[in-house]
Design a protein. Structure first.
Length: 665
């Protein structure tokens, strides 16, 4: 470093540390949705007692976008904070810059000496030099005003009191900040990044169905049949309709009912055995309809405010055209055959995996990226990705970024029931939402720990949970044996604990609960056969699902996973937690015992509810429309699983208008 460089570095006295949020030292972006706030903190240090000017810089990632600035305010203990709202969809960046504010430091010293009755003529001369330097950076009106003030201070024009008042005026402080030279400013060593997604990446309700089961008896369902289901899905309040793979299904080793190894001539096979003579990942199953019919479905659904999500499963049937066209994209065994997929003890003889790390990986990766882009071109913005944890993390980081550069509003749900760190690794590399372990969290301690885990800490900046009580692959033991109370309980928990949730229907609302013996898989699974569903059954949970989704839409506290507090209860079978966003506060109380009524006392964290210690407030049960006035930290609830095993309370505070009339907000 030359002499001038050393001098410049030596004048940079400010140190910036621990900028947050920051994921893995800035290696990965944080996630936000359009219009969402980013709150940034940093530890900013300088020797002595000088005043610091600290700025948060943020801009879209595009190279020609200039940084916007937000003033970072001190919060004590050398911590500074600022906030900004992000948008539009795409990639954004942020960092922190700080410098010693010599003018503010000198003004602070001047004020103290004036208060002490000391002579401040020399201090005013020093300030004149600082103002003159700022005038040299300024132009137009700013230059004129600062130059005039510098002349007054340096030439000692007017009396001391007048000069003190002039230099301490707030308008002058603004001019000085705007025109401060920053040659000696310190900028944080990293430019941190943000992935900005559409709102439904953060807040969404998913409904999964098999299109082929929607046809009349004896007929395979079509995309047109899915269109006819849209009013039902919308009536339930779901805004994402997820379809399992819609591609041609292979015939080699096609699975029969209940995953049997031999299929009959009319058995449809598993949709995840992708590829046949009719095409592969960029083709539609002929019995579902044409690509034009699919595009019409997407457009019709969007007009109904429903996004169509499709399944992306990067695996192939032995009949997939790529098996013959690109044999180098598959791993070969010693005898020349292709190893079928396995997840011991499960075997998938009808599926062969791709060689992501094979010699032709660049061409394979490009082709798989183009699968996403093919469906993006046909209007799809939402993708559920099958088993991403069995494919390389570097592939997903590259592929998902490539897709979002073309379509910034695309989002991706990772169906990865895998090890926690691997699940988190997928989220860091671009997956917008993640399946979770909620399905297997059933006790109060497990649910409390998991709720706090997914809503707080560093993970919350990158991993958005999506809670599913059931999937075509998973019928948990609780639903097998718990009866209607279990389905109601799990729906309430999923819909309120997470800002995104989903159900595999109509199996869920019709409370399908019979599993293959010794397994967590449905008997007569829809993955291997066509089903017929009676959506008009009187015992259907459709009204409950509709109510839950309406509660979610109408209460901002449920739009995100922040502001979560667990409230102790004196009954291990009763879980209580709240969510708060501004004035919107929801308190959820759920009975985990599906067989017996329970009464218990809640020990409420009143500050978390936005309630004063001596305040009377109202709780409005949004499930049963009951209302009660509560006072103080202790509250009693009684729940009967045969009636309703949960309360979803909206907290309403007591207020008075100008005439003294009391009402609840």
């Amino acid at each position: 470093m030359d002499r001038s460089g050393a001098e410049t570095e030596g004048r940079r006295r400010v140190v910036i540390e621990r900028v947050r949020p920051e994921v893995d030292g800035g290696r990965f972006p944080i996630k936000r949705v359009v219009g969402e706030e980013v709150s940034v903190e940093a530890d900013v240090l300088v020797d002595g007692h000088d005043v610091l000017a600290v700025r948060l810089l943020h801009a879209p990632l595009s190279g020609d976008a200039t940084f916007r600035e937000e003033v970072m305010v001190p919060c004590g203990n050398d911590v500074f904070r600022a906030r900004f709202d992000v948008g539009p969809c795409g990639f954004h960046r942020y960092t922190v810059e700080a410098w010693v504010d010599s003018f503010a430091t000198a003004c602070r010293g001047l004020s103290r000496k004036v208060e002490a009755g000391q002579d401040v003529r020399v201090e005013l001369l020093d300030l004149g030099r600082l103002v003159a330097a700022a005038a040299g950076h300024a132009s137009g009106t700013d230059h004129h005003l600062l130059a005039e003030l510098a002349r007054e201070l340096e030439d000692e024009l007017g009396n001391v009191e007048t000069r003190v008042a002039r230099v301490l005026a707030p308008s002058i402080a603004e001019l000085m900040v705007r025109n401060a030279g920053r040659a000696d400013a310190t900028r944080y060593a990293k430019i941190l990044s943000i992935t900005v997604d559409p709102t439904y990446a953060r807040f969404s309700a998913w409904y999964e169905l098999f299109p082929r089961s929607l046809g009349a008896p004896g007929r395979h369902g079509t995309f047109a049949d899915v269109e006819r289901m849209l009013p039902y899905v919308r009536q339930l309040g779901f805004d994402v309709l997820y379809l399992p793979p819609i591609h041609p299904i292979g015939r080699t080793h096609r699975k029969g009912p209940n995953n049997t190894l031999v299929a009959g001539p009319n058995d449809p096979g598993s949709p995840w055995a992708i590829g046949a003579a009719e095409g592969g990942h960029t083709a539609a199953h002929p019995e579902l309809g044409s690509l034009e019919a699919f595009e019409h479905l997407v457009q019709t659904a969007r007009a109904e405010q429903v996004e169509i999500a499709i399944d992306i499963a990067f695996q192939a049937s032995p009949d997939h055209p790529w098996v013959q066209q690109h044999p180098e994209w598959f791993h070969r065994r010693a005898d020349g055959s292709i190893q079928y997929a396995e997840n011991p003890p499960k075997k998938y003889q009808d599926v062969v995996p791709f060689a992501f790390d094979g010699p032709a990986w660049p061409q394979l990766w490009a082709a798989l990226r183009d699968v996403f882009l093919f469906w993006v071109a046909r209007g799809v913005r939402v993708f559920r990705v099958d088993n991403p944890h069995t494919k390389p993390l570097p592939f997903w980081e590259w592929c998902l970024a490539e897709v979002k550069r073309v379509e910034p509003t695309a989002i991706f749900l990772a169906e990865a029931f895998t090890r926690p760190k691997l699940m988190l690794g997928l989220a860091k590399r671009g997956f917008s939402q993640s399946y979770t372990y909620f399905t297997w969290r059933t006790t109060r301690p497990d649910l409390e720990r998991y709720l706090l885990q997914v809503s707080k800490g560093e993970h919350a900046d990158v991993m958005r949970p999506n809670f599913w009580p059931n999937t075509p692959d998973i019928l948990p033991e609780e639903l097998q044996h718990g009866g209607r109370p279990a389905f109601v309980r799990r729906a309430v928990l999923a819909a309120t604990m997470s800002s995104s949730w989903g159900v595999y229907g109509p199996a869920f609302e019709l409370m399908e609960h019979v599993a293959r013996p010794g397994s967590e898989e449905y008997l007569d699974n829809e993955k291997y056969e066509l089903k017929r569903w009676d959506l008009g059954r009187e015992d259907s949970l459709a009204p409950l699902l509709s109510l839950l989704n309406r509660i979610r839409r109408e209460n901002r506290a449920l739009w995100g996973n922040e502001g979560v507090t667990v409230h102790p209860t004196d009954d291990s079978n009763v879980l209580a937690f709240s969510k708060r966003a501004g004035s919107s506060v929801i308190l959820v109380v759920v009975l985990l015992d599906g067989h017996h009524p329970h009464g218990c006392w809640l020990d409420l964290d009143l500050p978390a509810l936005g309630v004063e210690e001596d305040e009377t407030f109202q709780v409005h049960d949004l499930l049963a429309d009951g209302r009660w006035d509560w006072h103080g930290r202790r509250a009693y609830v009684h729940l009967d699983p045969r009636v309703m095993p949960a309360h979803v309370f909206r907290i309403r505070r007591s207020l008075q208008n100008e005439t003294g009339f009391e009402y609840y907000l």
